[in-house]
Design a protein around this ligand. Structure first.
Ligand code: MTE
Ligand code: MO
Length: 315
């Protein structure tokens, strides 16, 4: 674990300047040294070296010109119920979470089931930077520069069969390391699901890092899903199992409170949570509130997935 002093936070602009410098210097090793000098861990050679240009290109289509949250904000205000429901204590409780060895078993309705060691995932898929907004169903949001690769690249390797309609994800079950999993309140392990076409959308990412560095435990190390047009709870952390299935899977939150959390969970300002409005959100680090956008601002990319569907019923 790397203690980050508040004097050492990385605003996104500084990070960007640094990336620019790294690019022009043409030396990733030097880049890692520069990052390390700022109090953050050096990026591992694997993912960073895989795709230096992608890491430097910040003008991505999904960046809506909002500045990114700082590294400190993103790594100290987390939802990860396996550790604690207290967002400001997750980082500390997850500090020593061991993520090696780690495997991800991908199977179900596929022609080519495969168990990936995390090292193979890091080396086998080009890691690119994606700056996405994350909107929690609780009404707060952040902008996060993820490092990762589209889920569809991994799914292509296992070759889903024609019967596969949905993808089910599972977090590691490890109550020894995750004190929250000793609580009987929720049905562990955490599970989530996507429709296959949602999973295949280019925006749907498997993240291995953020701010150019390997993911810290609190953000879902070593591998987590990021689905930017859905409420944050769909973006399941610390994945060990991915199954292609025929029927719509259930999720931890659907089981815990079916009247509050549905399968789709698309960000939708028109559909209030039973206990609060979803019209606006508080961006972490800001004092006022921002308007919440349909599909979290990604409607152009994903609205067609839901053509003809009643999004009030399919919440
Ligand atoms: N396994 C697991 N994944 C999870 C959660 C969780 O409690 N356990 N919380 C979700 C919620 S509610 C949100 S808002 C995001 C938060 O991601 P972050 O802490 O990296 O910002 O993770 C999601 N993924
Ligand atoms: Mo959330």
């Amino acid at each position: 674990m790397i203690p980050i002093k508040s004097s050492e936070i990385t605003p996104y602009r500084l990070y960007q300047d640094r990336r620019q410098f790294i690019k022009s210097a043409g030396a990733l090793a030097l880049g890692a040294a520069v990052v390390a000098a700022c109090g953050a861990p050096p990026a591992p050679a694997g993912p960073a070296a895989a795709s230096p240009d992608a890491a430097g290109s910040v003008a991505l289509a999904d960046e809506r010109a909002d500045p990114a949250n700082s590294f400190e904000e993103i790594t100290n205000y987390n939802n990860f119920y396996e550790f604690t429901p207290d967002k400001q204590r997750v980082a500390q409780l997850a500090r020593d979470f061991v993520t090696r060895p780690w495997t991800v078993e991908v199977g179900g309705l596929v022609r080519n089931p495969k168990t990936f060691a995390i090292e193979d995932i890091l080396a086998g898929f080009d890691q690119e930077e994606r700056i996405y907004r994350l909107r929690c169903v609780e009404g707060w949001s952040m902008v996060i520069p993820w490092l990762g690769f589209p889920l569809r690249q991994l799914l292509a390797q296992v070759e889903p069969t024609a019967d596969a309609q949905y993808v089910r994800f599972e977090t590691v079950l490890d109550p020894e390391q995750m004190p929250g999993q000793r609580s009987p309140v929720y049905e562990w392990p955490y599970a989530e699901g996507l429709r296959l076409d949602e999973a295949m959308n280019d925006l749907t990412l498997l993240a291995t890092g953020l701010y150019g560095q390997t993911l810290l435990p609190q953000n879902g190390a070593p591998l987590r899903l990021v689905v930017p047009w859905k409420y944050g709870f769909k973006s399941i952390k610390s994945i060990v199992k991915i199954d292609l299935v025929a029927d719509q899977p259930s999720s931890l939150w659907m089981i815990a409170a079916p009247n509050e959390y549905g399968f789709y969970a698309n960000v939708n300002p028109d559909v209030p949570h039973p206990r609060w409005s979803q019209r606006s959100e508080r961006r972490i680090g800001e004092s006022g509130r921002r308007e919440t956008l349909p599909f979290n601002g990604y409607a152009a990319e994903v609205a067609a997935l839901y053509a003809g569907m009643d999004l009030r019923r399919n919440y």
